[in-house]
Design a protein around this ligand. Structure first.
Ligand code: APR
Length: 235
């Protein structure tokens, strides 16, 4: 095997064929819902009910979608690499749970998860699958009006950055799948990998903003590109 220790970053493009809207396409989420309103701490402070309703809608939509062959191929890759003495670190910017439902066991959700709630006071987090309301009480500290979606908003620090940076330093290949490369720090992982002399590969519908940084870029739908590439790695 050429590559045994692989770090993968996924974005909205991997879930697009499952029926989840991406962010920056025409008609995408940020065209229908202003970022400042629904994805910033300031927007939440101004109108928590509106913000909860936005994430309630997206959480409810998870019940109507299923993982596609790209998610399933990454689940297969995790197991296949482990069997050959290798390792996969799967980092996603997605807040859906389709990687887990596609068979991935260890997923780093650097932008949080729709199926998790966070107390803004005591920082307790807990699994959450139903509609949330702004006046809910935290089940740990019992303070009211403090429960927010466990989502990293603009201006906040993504989760597990130290773990991700350590994985990039230890890997021999970095792969980016279905992300526009518009949002940092994730968009900078390819430059970090290049600085560390790692191989880099992009799998995306079309060239991303950072496409030129990758050693190789393959273009097409994730449901085709990802299973094909996983077969190559595991053969
Ligand atoms: N297969 C592969 N790639 C696809 C597919 C597909 N079927 N459909 C769309 N894409 C690509 C698009 O070409 C685009 O480059 O996926 C990318 C999606 O880009 P964005 O909508 O910008 O989503 P993402 O990169 O995940 O956004 C990053 O921005 O607003 C924040 O927090 C949000 O995590 C998100 C972050």
């Amino acid at each position: 095997m050429k590559h045994k220790n692989i770090v993968i970053l996924t974005g909205a493009g991997i879930s697009a064929e499952s029926g989840i809207d991406t962010f920056r396409a025409a008609g995408g989420l940020w065209e229908k819902h202003p970022v400042e309103q629904v994805a910033t701490p300031e927007g939440y402070a101004k109108d928590p009910e509106l913000v909860h309703n936005f994430y309630n809608m997206r959480r409810a939509a998870l019940k109507t979608v299923a993982p596609n062959p790209a998610h399933e191929a990454l689940g297969r890759l995790e197991t296949g690499l482990a069997e050959k003495g290798g390792m996969l670190t799967l980092v996603t910017q997605n807040v859906d749970d389709l990687h887990e439902r596609g068979g991935s066991k260890a997923v780093i959700h650097m932008h949080g998860m729709l199926t998790s709630m966070l107390c803004g006071v005591c920082e307790h987090r807990w699994p959450y699958f139903e509609d949330a309301k702004a006046d809910m009480s935290c089940p740990s500290c019992y303070v009211q009006n403090t429960c927010r979606p466990d989502i990293v908003w603009f201006g906040e620090m993504p989760y597990q950055m130290e773990t991700i940076e350590a994985a990039l330093a230890a890997c021999d290949l970095f792969v980016s799948i279905g992300t526009s490369g518009a949002v940092y720090p994730a968009a900078g992982f390819v430059q970090m990998a290049r600085a560390l002399d790692k191989d880099t590969l992009e799998l995306n519908l079309d060239p991303s903003q950072g496409s030129h940084h990758f050693h190789e870029s393959r273009h097409g739908p994730a449901s085709r590109l990802v299973p094909e590439w996983v077969d190559e790695v595991l053969k």
